[in-house]
Design a protein around this ligand. Sequence first.
Ligand SMILES: *Cc1c(COP(=O)(O)O)cnc(C)c1O
Length: 402
Amino acid sequence: MSTVPTKAILDLEDQHGAHNYHPLPVVLREGEGAWVTDADGRRYLDLLSAYSAMNFGHRHPRLVAAAHKQLDQLTLTSRAFHNDQLGYFCAELAELAGMDAVLPMNTGAEAVETAIKAARKWGYQKKGVAAESARIIVFDGNFHGRTTTIISFSTDATARDDFGPYTPGFDIVAYGDADAVRNAITDNTVAVLVEPVQGEAGVLLPPDGWLTELRQICDDNNMLFIADEIQSGLGRTGHTFACDHEGVRPDIYILGKALGGGILPLSAIVADRAVMDVFKPGQHGSTFGGNPLACAVGREVIAMLKTGEWQDRALELEKHLIERLESLDPSMIKELRVRGLWAGVELSDKAPSARLVCERMAAEGVLCKETHVTTVRIAPPLTITPAELDHAVEVFARALAA
Ligand SMILES: *Cc1c(COP(=O)(O)O)cnc(C)c1O
């Protein structure tokens, strides 16, 4: 038990922290697997997994051991020197993705920036686009991170307003609409940047076949297909990548979140040489990118994913989750969207707000986070058991009914 009352901790954060988040009022102190414990010793089932950064659960023993081992050896070198983990990390991640090469960064937003820079340089150097005129097609409702360039093409006013002037060069079209993509293409279009499932938008699934069509459009128009798999990738959807659902191979994968095992920030882009080699020494980088500590943890994540067990588990739990969610009062549910162990439950007008549902669930020991006003997102660690899922959905049902 903490010696400091929860209220005092919340007050400290309120007084001295920036107010750029609106968290549920729980103060967590410990975590193990799918469970977390608050400062007063109360336990909660985690149905958010830090937005899929915790795919393998809190403090997975293999990941913690890899981190400890590396902590005792070497943690940071900068890229001024080589370290003995980076090469293995790149080789192993490239193999997992079936591509040639890896460029590591730290946060997801940095990896998205890396992909944008790669696509623009590729456009100028390989496609022959005139200087300063490269364009990238992006989608309504996208979430790709918080940097100034990335929020420049956000369609969420909260994320974007009053942060201008904005970075030009992006065309926003409707998610799931292939004709809208075709109509937005110009000779200067170098890439399409897409979330194969839109996570922050509420686990929005594209129409069947759309990713395949998008792949074809990119091939026909000499454009790069960039898949932002930061939230959807690495097991969550029942596949290594959400693009695998349609057997689509992008030109660039953007990875983050679970890549760092929930221990450190670790992100990367993965691509073939023809794209990756647009970067020459000095043209891009990061002090912490590719540090040996993050690489050692990332290597263990990759080793865990290599067997396919986690992906299979997500598929099995998907069936169970759908079955259970379908037992909820249908008058409260407008739409159910599920892919792997990942669900967006769109509440009806009759239901309480998603925020209120999440607050009620937290009071009963189940942590979820609303997205927008009407969607409850469910993305538990892949370590969760069917019985724990049952319990979570029972609590969900009570929160809807209360
Ligand atoms: C979380 C997320 C990002 C940004 O990652 P950060 O590590 O928060 O910068 C980018 N794209 C998608 C799809 C995400 O879910």
